[in-house]
Design a protein around this ligand. Sequence first.
Ligand code: NAG
Ligand code: NAG
Ligand code: NAG
Ligand code: NAG
Ligand code: NAG
Ligand code: NAG
Length: 529
Amino acid sequence: MAPSSFPRRRTSDPLHQAIRDQISTSSTKTKSSTLSISPTFILLLFLTIWCTSTLLSSSFHICISSPKLDLYCISGGLSHPPLPPNTSNPITLNHIDDNISKFIVMNNSTEETERGNAYKIVRERLNIIRSWASDGPTAGKSCDGRRIFVYDLPPKFNRDLLSQCNNLLPWTNLCNYFVNEGKGERISNLGPSFYRTHQYSLELIFHSRILKHPCRVLEPNNAKLFYVPFYGGLDILRWHFSNVSVETKDMLGLELVQWLEAQNSWTKNGGRDHMFVLGKISWDFRRREGDSWGSNFLMMDEMKAPYKFLIERQPWEVRDVGIPHPTHFHPKGDSDVVEWQNKIGWSGRKNLVTFAGAARPEQVESIRSLLIENCVANSDDCRFLNCSSGACSTPDKLIMSFTDSEFCLQPPGDSPTRKSVFDSLISGCIPVLFDPFTAYYQYPWHLPEDHRKYSVFIDKEEVRHGKVDVVERLKSVGYEERKEMRRFIVYELMPGLVYGDSSSEFVRFRDAFGVVMDNMMDLVTKGVR
Ligand SMILES: *[C@@H]1O[C@H](CO)[C@@H](O)[C@H](O)[C@H]1NC(C)=O
Ligand SMILES: *[C@@H]1O[C@H](CO)[C@@H](O)[C@H](O)[C@H]1NC(C)=O
Ligand SMILES: *[C@@H]1O[C@H](CO)[C@@H](O)[C@H](O)[C@H]1NC(C)=O
Ligand SMILES: *[C@@H]1O[C@H](CO)[C@@H](O)[C@H](O)[C@H]1NC(C)=O
Ligand SMILES: *[C@@H]1O[C@H](CO)[C@@H](O)[C@H](O)[C@H]1NC(C)=O
Ligand SMILES: *[C@@H]1O[C@H](CO)[C@@H](O)[C@H](O)[C@H]1NC(C)=O
């Protein structure tokens, strides 16, 4: 395996690197921070993964997202620099995040000030996406003028990929994760609607669900909104760890675009009324010039117009919308949600803090080791689940320890977002975030702008510079404040963060799928933007 055929390491902090790249696109300075990866290391890592994991579930995240491997291209903003914000149409920013910007601009250097401005632009873009949200649930509204068409694609774009479940990844078999319409196998001891759901299953879950949408029509001429069920995440997953050319990686996406170009429903509005759900992070589809990681699917001109829903968005693209990572909970209706709320809402929590994760010794900038040290040193208040030694491989145990904790530490991994943020919210455990890109700058339709309602923010720079004792800081959060955050998470936020069963029907609640579809249907009826 030639090292050059594998992704190169750029930085352990891709978003910040992306911001730096973005603000220095005009500068001629070239950075040479890339290192090649030793094939021996990769082999060892595969073996380690092979031996230590009861693979997938949550430990999967850590395994596949290993810092040496999951270094995707980070430069979506580079070859297609985003437009400057429309200054003639100023967006009101709220001031909750001023502290985050202030911290970035500590030294008042030009670069820091520019980085602070880059953050501000990200927040402006998010507010644009927020402004597209529908006024409220559209359930019960007539489907007139809001009909949805779901393409019946040639099977190579979706079903054939599922049938390769045994070959998508070199060291494991994903077939059991694709059963039950992508929810995976049942987990009986948490409740009736829990499954061993894989973190990259969103494409299947969403597809099964939209096929049963009450406003779906079988005739494209009657539709306003078009859903393209391309399993692009599974497509790129199968190439991540194999030595193939970039042309091979790009092929299926290119074929899909060619297929769409032959459809009147696509050409009529140039794709602007089309939506995609891609179950991986945006950078996996935005390969950088000269890199080999990922595909160029979202870099194609044809892919600019449609709306793309991803578990991690490209911060400058308004048509990249972040939606929750799938969790293990797939309620069938209101009563499943209420039952779970009753279980976790006011349960006594034995631990103040839990950190489930693995260290990232190879990443000098990672704060994980510092958090682990801090946690272990405060073992009366903090529980460390060592994912490197298999402690996180059973989702039921992991979820139970989250339901038993007041706070769950969620430092960035190899990319800023973490599925674990959603596991902790589903469990009523208040997430402690260290980087605004982990959640605040990702999910404009599912998480409120005021992040103080559901999380505690501690800047990772403060941790890195030893300016804060995380456990002590969390101890100082008052009882009433914790209670209010938990109430908000469990009773207001949680129902909208889960993906219901494909047969689910909600009256009182609206799940994550319902939020996306209501907003999209509203958006297209108001006129395509
Ligand atoms: C990867 O593919 C290239 C081009 O086919 C080939 O030259 C190289 O030897 C391959 N590397 C490995 C490790 O198979
Ligand atoms: C910018 O805002 C102005 C005024 O609202 C509007 O006329 C114009 O079309 C906007 N431009 C873009 C690129 O959105
Ligand atoms: C910003 O931080 C200061 C000091 O930590 C705090 O007193 C203030 O309330 C914070 N402002 C906001 C808007 O959160
Ligand atoms: C501020 O930036 C300058 C120039 O980059 C550097 O020499 C100095 O150490 C920095 N100061 C702090 C407090 O980080
Ligand atoms: C940062 O520098 C600018 C000018 O270079 C100055 O006007 C401003 O007051 C400085 N801000 C801080 C917080 O030092
Ligand atoms: C976590 O597990 C790994 C692998 O077993 C081990 O090397 C490491 O020391 C453990 N960390 C802690 C803090 O116990």
